[in-house]
Write a protein that binds this ligand. Structure first.
Ligand SMILES: [Zn+2]
Length: 630
């Protein structure tokens, strides 16, 4: 999505970055003593900041001036408090000596804007290993701190992860503030050498392709009501486990449930699942686990299918309704990705994108009133349906998502010089002259981007123009939403390469799509990006930060990820030279065509080019000064 300011946006979503599972074996910090209590939690009051803890962004801090004073000292851990769908976590691995008692305690303060006295909307879960010790909620609000204690003697002799997870729903903030965590144990530490057994992997390290499920094929049949705002039908997903690790479950992402009231009124509803058993909705109702009836070993294939109902909410948005015009971005449930780090189940972000999916094949039929046009991803054909209705069939190959719209659009089509069919659709608020100039820019941009990064591999591109979007534009494969701005159109079409053809984890590394799309936009307009004026706001601000960071620093997202990001690429071009930079991007795109790009891979590719210069250049200081880490 294009950077934009939504005026009503204050504190916005962020959340869970990495789930710590298992964790490292931590040596007990204090020597063996029987019958004396040893406190095992390191940095227990957070007075050393994030040292020894794993937490999501914006949790550990000196929050006294923000109204969440510490229980002791000046640091504490503040989970949640956003008033929007958000997950925060905090964890540390602890080795509990064998042969004694163990007690976990911490101080907890809860404040909330919820007024209910009966419904737990926002929850904090306390876990040791996989066991849940306690759950707190907005109903546990208190003034000041209260100490909570638990007997965890049953974990003596084990290394376990203490974990706090806060999940907030879509409205009214609840803050869970934790301080002075202690795990007091009386057992003896194990004998000196070895002090603790080496971790024994339960399965061999995975080899081969990691991102799974892959070889995805989506088959979807949906029928709309007379307005095009409500759709129902079936979706089937075929997939293959390409990982050496068995696939016991898949996760579907129901991104647009962010727009609903979790869990009461969800815009995306799934029922009658076959091929597996659905669990409860997770991550603000945006993730659904389906435990497969038959787990898949490597290279085995399976499928799940389900009934799907979609209700487009009002509001001119990527998933929303502007009068009679309906936009269905992120409405089809997609399979989440599991890799060596586990399942990617990041929260929705309204500032950018959380969407991370593998290239897949889609076959989608849309049965709709003939009076509504349905621009969409893929290549479409229309056939007559029942009385007054049309069936649009769309096929898209090697794309990461499928989006569509439904409304009484005006429509015009052209073919670019290189042969891409460009279809432009616009609302009644957009003049035909404006639409024509967007279409012209789009056609030229597709060819220009293609000449730089590799020819556009699809046959059809739809461009939808609406002057009421709160953002500049939004990208989907073969389908972009734009305000009447040529710059927005050129940027969103650059995303067909940077995000679409060359995929990335948009939550983890948004710069890989936004900085590159904005750089491509500069190239299109002949801008050189001189005089970047990079001024970092803090030591924590980095070009490569995740959306968890930007959601907490939303006023800096556009400046850094778009502005500094494209400027970093211009600076890299100045180091490498224009032609070497051009070759780098062409070859890099080719190497990751329909795949996934990472920051580390881009850095390695750029360094290889720099090494091959007549006078080789070490890019270490360039990465450092532009804060490109990873
Ligand atoms: Zn963008």
């Amino acid at each position: 999505m294009r950077k934009s300011q939504r005026l009503t946006l204050s504190a916005v979503t962020a959340g869970l970055t990495v789930l710590l599972v298992g964790g490292v074996l931590a040596a007990p910090s204090v020597g063996a003593t029987t019958n004396a209590l040893t406190q095992l939690v390191k940095n227990p009051g957070f007075e050393s900041g994030a040292t020894d803890w794993t937490s999501s962004s914006g949790v550990i801090g000196q929050w006294g001036s923000s109204g969440e004073a510490a229980h002791s000292g000046t640091w504490d851990a503040w989970l949640n408090g956003y008033g929007s769908s958000h997950t925060d976590s905090l964890s540390q691995s602890v080795s509990i000596p064998a042969g004694g008692t163990a007690s976990l305690s911490f101080w907890l303060h809860v404040d909330t804007a919820e007024t209910t006295t009966s419904v737990a909307y926002d929850k904090l879960t306390v876990q040791v290993g996989s066991a849940t010790l306690a759950t707190y909620s907005n109903l546990n609000k208190n003034s000041g701190y209260a100490q909570k204690s638990f007997d965890v003697s049953s974990y003596a002799g084990q290394t376990v992860t203490l974990k706090f997870t806060g999940v907030e729903d879509s409205s009214l903030q609840t803050s869970f503030v934790i301080d002075d965590v202690a795990l007091d144990a009386s057992g003896s530490t194990p004998s000196p050498t070895p002090t603790s057994p080496s971790p024994t992997p339960t399965s061999p390290p995975p080899t081969g392709p990691e991102r799974t499920p892959a070889k995805l094929a989506y088959t979807v049949n949906l029928t709309s009501d007379s307005t095009g705002a409500n759709w129902s039908g079936i979706e089937k997903i075929d997939f293959t486990n390409v990982s050496a690790t068995p696939l016991n479950e898949v996760y579907l992402r129901l991104w647009d449930n962010y727009h609903g009231s979790c869990p009461t009124t969800q815009p995306i509803k799934i029922s009658n699942v076959t091929g597996g058993t659905a669990g409860s909705l997770e991550v603000g109702c945006t993730a659904l686990k389906i435990t497969l009836t038959t787990p898949l070993d490597q290279n085995q294939s399976g499928s799940v299918s389900f009934n799907l109902a979609i209700a487009v909410p009002s509001g001119s948005d990527r998933f929303g309704r502007n009068g009679s015009y309906n936009y269905l971005g992120n409405a089809l449930p997609l399979a989440a990705i599991r890799d060596s780090a586990g399942w990617h189940l990041d929260p929705y972000t309204n500032n950018g994108e959380s969407f991370y999916s593998l290239a897949a094949d889609f076959s989608v039929t849309l049965d709709h009133p003939t009076s509504l046009l349905t621009p969409s991803s893929g290549t479409t054909t229309e056939t007559p349906g029942s009385s007054g209705r049309t069936v649009t069939t769309a096929t898209a190959s090697k794309v990461r998502d499928f989006a569509w719209a439904a409304g009484p659009f005006s429509h015009s089509g052209t073919t670019s010089t290189s042969g891409v069919k460009v279809d432009t659709y616009w609302t009644s608020g957009v003049s035909s002259g404006s639409a024509a100039s967007i279409q012209d820019a789009s056609s030229k941009a597709l060819d220009a981007h293609g000449s730089r990064f590799g020819a556009f591999p699809y046959t059809q591109q739809d461009v939808i123009v609406d002057n009421t979007f709160w953002f500049g534009g939004m990208e989907y494969p073969g389908f972009v939403l734009d305000t009447p701005s040529s710059t927005a159109a050129v940027h969103e079409l650059a995303h067909q390469w940077w995000y679409g053809i060359v995929g990335d984890d948009e939550y983890r590394a948004p710069w890989l799509d936004e900085s590159f799309a904005d750089y491509a936009t500069d190239l299109y307009f002949g801008r050189t990006g001189s005089g970047c004026g990079i001024t970092w706001e803090s030591s924590a601000e980095k070009l490569t930060n995740s959306m968890a960071y930007w959601d907490q620093h939303s006023s800096r997202y556009g400046t850094v990820v778009y502005g500094y990001g494209k400027c970093a690429l211009h600076d890299l071009r100045r180091i490498l030279g224009d032609s070497t930079m051009a070759n780098l991007l062409t070859e890099y795109a080719q190497a990751h065509w329909y795949g996934v790009s990472t920051t580390a891979e881009f850095k390695a590719a750029a360094q290889a080019k720099a090494n091959a210069l007549p006078t080789p250049v070490d890019l270490t200081s360039f990465w450092s000064s532009h804060r490109i880490e990873g």
